[in-house]
Design a protein around this ligand. Structure first.
Ligand SMILES: NC(=O)c1ccc[n+]([C@@H]2O[C@H](COP(=O)([O-])OP(=O)(O)OC[C@H]3O[C@@H](n4cnc5c(N)ncnc54)[C@H](O)[C@@H]3O)[C@@H](O)[C@H]2O)c1
Length: 428
């Protein structure tokens, strides 16, 4: 097999996660180009992959300026609001595209991208990485095997650790609907996707509730300062105090956002001026901090999905009740668990799940890159997240947001038709 050559666009957290695959499996993937405005990030990527000077760009616009394709594949790891314009151009130039989720925070842009990829016969694969981790593969296998019987109800929790909530959805990239998108889309399009993938049924009815309850100015401790580094009197009692959360040596995904320079000094400086030093009660955040979505499937199965940002541990937990057995699951970087309680025999069965490798999302980060590479080689796997399938998870998230804002119940068959017709009539 010849390695597929790719350009990585956006050398941040995700770009590096996928670049790592090329370093470990050079016979499968070769990073031949990078586009990134930040000097430090761009240079790191250049040195990791030994990229030729004429394939180093400051932004996605420069890569796509020439009408000539510069590689077979391209990985679009820019921020959410940049996805649409750049991806449409990439597809236009004939690249096979691996696109980060969410596809776009603008509803109709998602539909347009899928239409474009299908019309042009191009591969547009969305990074719903969970499909590629052994935990979710095992859960899908169990449900398909009928061990649980007919699934009657599913309770699925996306538990964000309190520090992750503050990092991403209060201080960081996904804090504001205008600049990123609704949180149920940013965080849970994965969850919608994985539920549909396992249950193989369409959602018919949906409603949703949720709000921003905690991260508001009225909840700030007495005398709290605008930045944690301003001598805040609440430093000792506030679990979001930034120096405690970020000032450390070494490279990790949270502290890197404050500064890629892996020293305490650089991180302290970063907190004095950057997003992550801000008081969590005094940010320009407006996305929710908890939301629940109720769904009914074609066959009557009901699902409750709860996303909350006050968890002690970052994990997804779930309960699947079937006519033969109940399954409890936990998907966590600290260890996965699947336990099946068989109703008739009373037997309690622990199902072992071992991550395939050490890449993020329980091995899903490498799994999706391999799947993308295989699909380009003409060998698409069964888990492939086609843009059309990914669109459905995005539509559910948008419908949930509409329901939450209007306190309405959404009939998905009508919703799908309405938004599809709107997109077709729209010139965006
Ligand atoms: N699949 C997942 O589980 C998962 C997890 C986290 C984030 N994401 C998504 O991945 C994407 C990237 O997130 P991230 O955490 O890596 O963010 P990040 O901020 O670490 O990386 C984005 C990078 O894009 C760069 N960039 C900005 N403008 C650019 C331009 N014009 N051209 C090229 N690059 C540009 C930024 O400088 C930055 O380095 C987002 O869409 C995010 O929602 C997906």
């Amino acid at each position: 097999m010849t390695a597929i050559d790719t350009i990585i666009v956006g050398a941040g957290g995700r770009g590096n996660a996928y670049g790592q695959f090329a370093m470990e499996y050079p016979q499968e993937l070769n990073v031949v180009g990078v586009a990134e405005p930040d000097d430090l990030r761009r240079n790191r990527m250049v040195s990791f992959h030994d990229i030729a000077p004429d394939m180093v760009f400051n932004d996605w616009e420069s890569v796509l300026q020439s009408d000539e394709k510069r590689s077979t594949a391209i990985m679009n790891c820019t921020m959410d609001r940049q996805h649409y314009e750049s991806t449409m151009k990439m597809l236009n130039l004939g690249y096979d595209v691996l696109l980060e989720k969410p596809m776009s925070p603008i509803l109709h842009e998602n539909i347009k991208m899928v239409q474009k990829a299908e019309d042009d016969g191009r591969l547009l694969q969305i990074c719903h990485v969970l499909r590629y981790s052994p935990f979710w593969e095992k859960l899908r296998e169990i449900v398909a095997s009928d061990v649980l019987g007919r699934i009657v109800s599913v309770t699925h929790q996306e538990n964000l650790a309190y520090y992750h909530m503050a990092h991403s959805f209060v201080r960081g990239n996904w804090r504001n609907v205008e600049s990123s998108g609704p949180m149920i889309l940013s965080k849970c399009c994965h969850d919608f996707d994985i539920l549909l993938w396992i249950l193989k049924q369409d959602v018919v009815w949906l409603n949703s509730f949720g709000s921003l309850t905690h991260f508001r100015p009225e909840n700030a401790p007495e005398g709290a300062t605008a930045r944690c580094t301003d001598g805040c009197p609440a430093a000792e009692v506030c679990k979001y105090e930034a120096t405690r959360l970020y000032v450390r040596d070494g490279s990790d995904s949270f502290a890197n956002h404050v500064s890629y320079i892996p020293t305490k000094e650089a991180r302290l400086e970063g907190l004095k001026t950057g997003w992550y030093g801000r008081c969590v009660y005094d940010c320009d955040n407006d996305v929710v901090d908890h939301q629940t979505v109720n769904m009914e499937l074609e066959n009557g199965t009901t699902i409750t999905l709860t996303m909350n940002g006050q968890s002690e541990e970052e994990c997804r937990t779930m309960r699947w009740d079937g006519t033969k057995a109940t399954l409890y699951g936990k998907f966590s970087a600290l260890g996965n668990e699947i336990t099946i309680h068989h109703h008739l025999s009373g037997k309690i069965e622990k199902v072992p799940v071992i991550d395939r490798d050490s890449s993020g999302h329980g091995g899903g980060d490498f799994g999706i890159v391999r799947s993308f590479v295989n699909a380009i080689q003409g060998k698409p796997d069964a888990s492939i997240t086609t843009a059309r399938e990914s669109l459905e998870s995005h539509l559910l998230a948008f419908a949930a947001e509409e329901s939450r804002l209007n306190h309405s119940v959404i009939y998905m068959p009508d919703y799908r038709k309405r938004v599809d017709a709107e997109a077709r009539n729209m010139d965006i």
